[in-house]
Design a protein around this ligand. Structure first.
Ligand code: HEC
Length: 407
């Protein structure tokens, strides 16, 4: 192959730092790269305006270890999160929440997940920079003037002098025979490689500024600084009040949260309609329903009665509900049979008294105020009334045209 001799430009400066060879196009560069790879160089690179398929294979680049670093970061994040939560929840401040064990994996998943993500992302970010040895402010190839074309239309291959195999004439020969169209010898510049002093000052200033916040935190925590703490934004978070679980020396036990004082009624909770809520007017049981009486109300009452009352009192109210039957069969010593709702003493009761029995219970019958709403309790009373009437019907209850047949 009688290629034309490449021009060799020698930059001014000190010792040789790198050789930069330009190639005609991407295919020539890939071919040259595989030759340099086979020659056994380590510190060399190719520079192209755009990514070239097959270049990594031609250069013999092995798969990156970054994924393994990220995996290690994620595992470290999970370990840190679990350790931290175990320490805080099970050791430093053992606190039972919703009856869960002190070390409860399901409860710790969200924080663990977040730390896995955080540690992996930071590892990926720092890992990319470290593996690429970034930031790199200076490189010998910058000495080559033609190298500027690497970002527009130039295809370059550089071999650095720090490579153990580097020897100027042999490397130049290799590049020549690989088809380089031009070779630049880059030398260490005599001046201009030092970092400007301003950068040192900047970094030092940033470092001092970064130390201040942790120092301040340590100062406040040590107690050397008396309250009030720094509070630049006076939001509503600065309120003269006790928070839940705070210590309050005023009350016994040091509790800040007070249980409700017996007999107090919260605003808007006062039920002044005693006929509706208590079934009473003064000391008298009401005899009229304080709610609208309708067929729907009776139906609703029947439904609720069959749920709440029939188990003991029976579907017809005779006192033969399933619970009572079973208790009687087993001869339960403490069982008091429910009264028949058709017994004379119950039948003559005003509706207010029936309502009160459902609301507050009576003797051995439990109260139902917490389970049945006021409206439903009245509906049940309405149905009880209907039941009682059904079992003690007189001729007056029968429609006129049917009375003849019954007589
Ligand atoms: C757990 C079983 C049980 C249930 C459920 C039950 N009761 Fe009773 N009830 C009793 C017993 C027992 C008595 C008799 C109490 C006694 O004499 O000690 C009774 C008595 C009564 C009395 C008579 C009160 C009096 O003045 O003597 C009425 C009225 C009554 N119940 C209505 C109801 C209504 C309405 C319901 C549905 C909301 C209901 N009960 C649900 C067991 C029950």
């Amino acid at each position: 192959m009688a290629e034309k001799e490449p021009t060799i430009a020698d930059a001014p400066g000190g010792a040789v730092a790198a050789l930069v060879a330009q190639f005609a196009g991407p295919d020539e560069l890939v071919e040259a790269a595989s030759q340099v790879r086979d020659a056994g160089y380590r510190y060399w690179d190719t520079h192209t305006p755009y990514p070239i398929h097959g270049m990594d294979r031609a250069m013999g680049i092995r798969p990156t270890v970054l994924p393994w670093m990220v995996l290690a970061g994620g595992v470290a994040g999970a370990a840190a999160a679990l350790l931290m939560q175990w320490w805080m929840n099970a050791v430093d401040y053992p606190y039972i929440i919703s009856g869960k064990p002190l070390f409860s994996l399901p409860a710790f998943i969200p924080v663990t997940f977040e730390l896995i993500v955080l540690f992996s992302a930071l590892t990926a970010f720092v890992g990319v920079l470290a593996l690429n040895q970034l930031p790199q402010l200076w490189h010998p190839v910058f000495q080559s003037r033609r190298f500027a074309r690497a970002t527009s239309d130039g295809f370059f291959l550089s071999i650095e002098a720090r490579d153990p195999k580097f020897e100027e004439s042999r490397a130049a020969e290799l590049l020549q025979s690989a088809g380089a169209v031009a070779i630049d010898v880059c030398r260490m510049p005599a001046t201009g490689r030092e970092v400007p002093t301003g950068v040192y000052w900047g970094v030092a200033t940033l470092a001092i500024l970064a130390i201040l916040p942790p120092l301040g935190v340590a100062w406040y925590r040590s107690g050397a600084k008396k309250l009030p703490r720094i509070h630049p934004i006076l939001d509503m978070d600065a309120q003269p009040k006790y928070r839940a679980q705070a210590f309050n020396p005023l009350f016994p036990g040091g509790m800040a949260s007070r249980p409700a004082v017996p007999g107090t009624i919260a605003q808007g909770e006062m039920d002044e309609n005693t006929a509706l809520y208590l079934g009473k007017l003064g000391e008298q049981w009401v005899d009229e329903f304080p709610v609208p009486v309708s067929m729907e109300a009776v139906q609703r009452g029947r439904e609720r009665f069959n749920i709440y009352c029939a188990p003991c009192h029976g579907l017809t109210g005779e006192g033969d509900g399933m619970v009572s039957q079973r208790a009687t069969r087993r001869a339960e010593p403490n069982w008091v049979p429910p009264l028949s709702l058709h017994a004379e003493p119950v039948r003559v009761q005003p509706v207010g008294q029936l309502y009160n029995t459902v609301t507050n219970g009576i003797r051995t019958m439990p109260p139902y105020a917490s389970q049945i709403s006021v409206e439903d309790r009245w509906a049940i009373v309405l149905y009880v009334k209907a039941l009682q009437r059904s079992q003690h019907a007189t001729l007056d209850d029968v429609p006129e045209e049917m009375r003849e047949k019954l007589r």
